[in-house]
Design a protein around this ligand. Structure first.
Ligand SMILES: Cc1ncc(COP(=O)(O)O)c(C=O)c1O
Length: 404
């Protein structure tokens, strides 16, 4: 039967301590043991079902982790205080001094900065490549390579990774394929396509209300155990732990993710089509003009669409700024970074979320300064939204003013 991530979330049945329909929140940082021997066994990692200390695990975090593992079809998962709090321990767990990473060159600016500026301090080097070219990826592998890293749909250029193709390369060279699936929850299931580790920034679509940061690592039990190991686990020792109260609230939001993703995708597809017809340079994986449209189609769980993210290029940064300010003034959304909110968010990535990437490298990867990244909201009447957006563009001469 075809994997449906929304069904696996739906089928989770949790009860609260007193029969509540939501699981009880574990409001404790530490846990008692009835016997000293059990405490010892728990430290050794041999006492299933016992809790030690909430930086290690807590019942609320395990509930959320279990739900996200069900969504991604992995054995288990570990939640963290932010997306970066998931990404950085994974890479530090998988790589030692002297190791090498092959990464997509179009990735979230923070991840790029970590790989470009931070991990070299530990003698971990990264080659940044065009992830859409499998031959280029393979050619970048060295005897020291340990990890292939990419985003399913990249931030901000919306390049699409061929996950099954990358998984074949990873297997051939005995590498771990790590995929950040933040832009395409439910639509793409990287583990089902062969990824070893799947990461999300929960801050975005999964939580969906822009009221917290959070992250998750989905993978095998063995890998998650390594991350949590009290002696050398990067998640345990770097300490980026999610708070239990927050884990409980993210879990409740996760329960409506399938409905939200359908609406985000529906609205983004509508706007992308209209913008393209208007003659704007538009990038959206759902458009047939997207170079990886067919690839996305071949990988996707089709009910959830091509996602809520699109970009347009309005020529230069001044026009981009004018348009974003006007759209905010007209209440079409917010001039803000991040994504996955119920209202539309827009920003110019070259000067914001990707500003960590030097200008010459931005130019090389096609990140122009007139690019606006949209995270399309849950608007009920997207035609109305489009009409107001088009009026803003006409007012600023981005589109030809109406003839009548
Ligand atoms: C694709 C992607 N991965 C990871 C992150 C980092 O997540 P967080 O801000 O939750 O640390 C972001 C944030 O923008 C992102 O867009």
């Amino acid at each position: 039967m075809k994997f449906n991530p929304a069904n696996t979330i739906q089928d989770l049945q949790y009860f609260g301590e007193f029969g509540g329909v939501n699981p009880s929140i574990s409001d404790s940082s530490t846990y008692t043991f009835l016997s000293a021997k059990t405490m010892f066994d728990t430290f050794e990692g041999d006492a299933d079902g016992c809790y030690l200390y909430s930086r290690h695990t807590s019942p609320s975090n395990l509930y959320l982790g279990e739900a996200l593992a069900a969504m991604e079809g992995t054995e288990t998962a570990n939640v963290s205080a932010s997306g970066m709090g998931a990404i950085t321990p994974v890479l530090l767990q998988l790589c030692q001094s002297g190791d090498h990473i092959v990464s997509s060159r179009t990735i979230y600016g923070g991840t790029y900065a970590f790989l470009k500026n931070f991990t070299p301090r530990f003698n971990i080097e990264t080659s940044f490549v065009d992830i859409t070219k499998l031959d280029v990826v393979e050619a970048a592998i060295t005897p020291n390579t340990k990890v292939l890293y990419c985003e399913s749909v990249s931030n901000p250029l919306l390049e699409v990774a061929n996950i099954a193709g990358l998984a074949r390369i990873a297997k051939k060279y005995n590498l771990q394929l790590v995929v950040d699936n933040t832009f395409s929850p439910l639509s793409i299931s990287p583990a089902k396509l062969g990824a070893d580790v799947v990461i999300h920034s929960l801050t975005k679509f999964i939580n969906g209300s822009s009221d917290t940061v959070g992250g998750v690592v989905c993978g095998t039990q063995a890998f998650i155990d390594q991350l949590r190991n009290v002696n050398d686990g990067a998640s345990m020792l770097l300490g980026s732990t999610m708070d239990s109260l927050r884990a409980a609230s993210v879990l409740k939001n996760l329960r409506t993710l399938h409905i939200r993703m359908k609406q985000h995708s529906h609205n983004a597809a509508y706007l992308a089509k209209k913008f393209e017809e208007d003659g704007l340079k538009t990038v959206y994986p759902g458009l047939t003009s997207h170079p990886s449209h067919e690839l996305f189609k071949s990988m996707m769980n089709s009910a959830y669409g091509f996602g809520g993210m699109l970009t347009i290029d309005v020529g230069n940064i001044d026009k981009a700024n004018e348009l974003m300010e006007l759209m905010q003034e007209r209440n079409l959304g917010y001039l803000a970074v991040s994504l996955g909110f119920y209202k539309t968010l827009f920003s110019a990535p070259g000067t914001s979320t990707s500003s960590e990437i030097p200008e010459d490298e931005q130019a090389e990867m096609g990140l122009t300064d007139g690019l606006i990244r949209f995270s399309i909201g849950l608007d009920d009447d997207i035609e109305r939204t489009y009409t107001i957006m088009r009026a803003c563009m006409r007012e600023l001469n981005i589109l030809q003013p109406a003839l009548v």
